[in-house]
Ligand binder design. Structure first.
Ligand code: ADP
Ligand code: MG
Length: 501
C-alpha cells in the first residue's frame, strides 16, 4: 500500500479510537517495516494500556525492553504513532517492574517516549559506518534524562580477570598460531576471518588466559565501544535454566544478542545439554550474522566434543580452530623465569631445569611448582634455595603430577609412532607392521604398567596370556640384537612418559 494512502486510512478513524485499535494500527505499520522475527520478538508481547488524546500508553515487559525499544526502534515508533494519531502524538511506556525487585507483583512505572531520537553524534556515526555497526550506544543516557540506565552495552560487566593479558602470555611453538590469531582478533573484533575463534587443548595449557587476554585488550584499546562478556559454559547453562524457570528466557536471549564479543569457556560442558545447545545455537547465529565476535574454548577439537549437535559443531568450524599444545622445554623454562622475575626472587638455572623437566604437561602445574618454591622461600625467609632443597620442596607435587599410564595410552602412542590405526592392534590382523606395533605395545604395557599378562591380553582384543608372553620375549630378543630397534623402543618409551606427566 502506498504510504500516503495508508496514512490517510489510518488517520480517518483517529477520533474514537480505543487504545487496542490504535496499537493494532501501529503494529500493522511496524510489521511492514521491520524484520518479521524482530517484530515478533519485540512488538508482539507489548500490550496497549490506554489512549489519552494523543498519548498511547503501551505496556512493556521490563525496563530492559523499554530501553531496547528506545535504542533500536525509536524512529519507526515515533513516525508510526504520528501517522496513526497525528502530529504531536507520542507513546508512553508502562514498564512492568521486575518481580525480584518488588514485593508486590505487577507494579509498573510510566516512562514517556523520549523527545528526540537516540543521540548519535557525527563522529559516532562515521565510526559506525566504518565498522558496520547499526546501533549506537553513545552517551545517550546522560544526555537524555528519560532513559533509565539498565542493561546497556557499556554496562555489561565483562567478567574478565585483569591478570590475563597478552604481555603475561609467553609465546612458544606450542601456542604461536593461537596467540597470533588472538591478537589479530583483539585488534579487529568481529571483522576478521577468525569468527568463531575456537581454542582447544588440555587442562592448564592457557586457554582461559588466552581468550581473556583478547577481552582485556579490546577493553584497553577500545574502552566501552565493544561490550564484552566472558562466561563459562556452565555458568551460561545455569543462567539459561534460571531464566526459563523465571519466565525470562526471552530476556536471556536478548541480553546475549546485545553482546559484541562473546567468550564462552570450556564448551565441552554443553555436552548432552540439548536445550542449552539450542539456545546457544540461536545466539551464535544472531551474533555471527551481525558480525559480532565469538570466542570459544574446549578441551578438545570441535569434532571430538561428545554429544554436541552436528549443526553447532559445523558452526564451530566456520572460523579458525587453533590448539594449544604441551609447551616445549624452552617455553617452560621461559615461563618459570618470568614468574620468578615477577616475584623478585632469583633461582639458579638448574632449578628451572629441574622444574621444566618434571612438569611437562600443564602450565598450571609448572606455575604451581614455581609458586610453591617462591612461597617457601618467602615464608621461611630462605634467600638461596639450592637444587636439593628445591627437589625436597617439590617432591610431593611431582608425585601428584605423574599420571597413571594406561594400556590404552600405550596402544595409542605406539600406533601414533608407526602411523597406524590404534584399533588395528586389537584386531586379528597379521600384517607385519601391525604385528610389530602390537608386540611393542604389549611389551611396554608389561614394563610400564602394573597390569597382569591376562589384563594386557584382554586389552588387545581378548588375546591369551601366552600370546603376550611370546610378544614380550620377541621384543626382548630384538632389543639385544638391534641397536636401532633399541632406539625405537626408547623413543616410544619417552613419548609414553611424556604423555603421562
Ligand atoms: P586452561 O584454561 O587451558 O586450563 P589456564 O588459562 O587457566 O589454562 O592457564 C593455567 C595457568 O597457566 C594460568 O595461571 C595461566 O596464566 C598460565 N599460563 C598458561 N599459558 C601461559 C603462557 N603461555 N604464558 C604464561 N602463563 C601461562
Ligand atoms: Mg580454563
Amino acid at each position: 500500500m502506498v504510504e500516503a494512502e495508508k496514512s490517510q486510512r489510518n488517520s480517518l478513524s483517529t477520533e474514537n479510537l480505543s487504545a487496542a485499535e490504535a496499537w493494532a494500527s501501529c503494529l500493522e505499520i511496524i510489521r511492514d517495516n521491520i524484520n518479521y522475527q524482530k517484530y515478533k520478538s519485540w512488538f508482539h508481547p507489548i500490550k496497549p494500556v490506554a489512549l489519552d488524546q494523543k498519548t498511547l500508553t503501551i505496556q512493556v515487559p521490563s525496563q530492559f525492553w523499554y530501553e531496547w525499544l528506545e535504542e533500536h526502534y525509536y524512529n519507526i515508533m515515533r513516525s508510526t504513532i504520528t501517522k496513526i494519531l497525528g502530529e504531536g502524538a507520542r507513546f508512553e511506556y508502562s514498564i512492568v517492574l521486575e518481580k525480584a525487585e518488588q514485593e508486590h507483583q505487577d507494579l509498573a512505572v510510566r516512562m514517556p517516549q523520549r523527545s528526540s531520537p537516540p543521540v548519535q553524534n557525527s563522529s559516532d556515526q562515521n565510526e559506525q559506518v566504518q565498522n558496520g555497526y547499526d546501533t549506537s550506544y553513545s552517551a545517550d543516557s546522560i544526555r537524555n534524562p528519560f532513559v533509565i540506565p539498565g542493561i546497556k552495552k557499556s554496562k555489561i560487566e565483562p567478567n574478565l580477570n585483569e591478570n590475563y593479558v597478552f604481555s603475561q602470555f609467553i609465546e612458544g611453538d606450542c601456542n604461536r598460531l593461537a596467540r597470533s590469531a588472538a591478537i589479530a582478533i583483539a585488534e579487529n573484533p568481529g571483522k576478521n576471518s577468525f569468527n568463531p575463534f575456537f581454542v582447544y587443548g588440555g587442562v592448564g595449557l592457557g586457554k582461559t588466559h588466552l581468550v581473556q587476554s583478547i577481552g582485556n585488550k579490546i577493553r584497553q584499546d577500545y574502552g566501552d565501544k565493544f561490550s564484552i562478556l566472558y562466561i563459562s559454559s556452565d555458568q551460561f547453562t545455569n543462567e539459561f535454566v534460571h531464566s526459563i524457570r523465571n519466565n525470562r528466557a526471552r530476556e536471556f536471549s536478548m541480553f546475549y544478542r546485545n553482546i559484541d564479543v562473546l567468550i564462552v569457556d570450556d564448551i565441552q560442558f554443553f555436552s548432552g545439554k540439548e536445550k542449552t545447545q539450542e539456545e546457544f545455537f540461536h545466539i551464535f547465529n544472531a551474533l555471527h550474522q551481525d558480525g559480532k565476535q565469538i570466542i570459544l574454548t574446549s578441551d578438545r577439537a570441535p569434532k571430538d566434543v561428545p554429544d554436541i549437535e552436528e549443526r553447532l559443531i559445523s558452526r564451530f568450524n566456520w572460523g579458525l580452530s587453533a590448539d594449544l599444545q604441551i609447551p616445549d622445554y624452552e617455553t617452560r623454562y621461559a615461563i618459570l623465569e618470568k614468574k620468578s622475575l615477577e616475584n623478585g626472587i632469583e633461582f639458579d638455572g638448574e632449578i628451572f631445569e629441574f622444574i621444566a623437566h618434571n612438569f611437562k604437561s600443564s602450565i598450571r602445574d609448572l606455575q604451581g611448582a614455581i609458586i610453591k618454591l617462591l612461597a617457601t622461600a618467602s615464608l621461611q625467609k630462605i634467600d638461596n634455595i639450592d637444587l636439593p632443597m628445591a627437589k625436597r620442596i617439590l617432591k610431593d607435587l611431582i608425585k601428584e603430577t605423574k599420571k597413571h599410564i594406561s594400556i590404552d595410552d600405550i596402544q595409542r602412542l605406539v600406533c601414533d609412532y608407526f602411523g597406524i590405526d590404534p584399533n588395528k592392534v586389537r584386531e586379528k590382523t597379521r600384517k607385519q607392521e601391525v604385528v610389530e606395533a602390537r608386540q611393542i605395545a604389549m611389551y611396554l604395557s608389561k614394563t610400564m604398567t602394573k597390569s597382569s599378562l591376562k589384563t594386557i591380553g584382554l586389552h588387545f582384543g581378548g588375546r591369551d596370556h601366552s600370546t603376550v608372553i611370546h610378544a614380550i620375549s620377541s621384543v626382548e630378543d630384538r632389543l639385544e640384537t638391534s641397536p636401532k630397534f633399541d632406539q625405537v623402543i626408547k623413543d616410544i618409551q619417552q613419548r609414553v612418559e611424556l604423555a603421562s606427566m
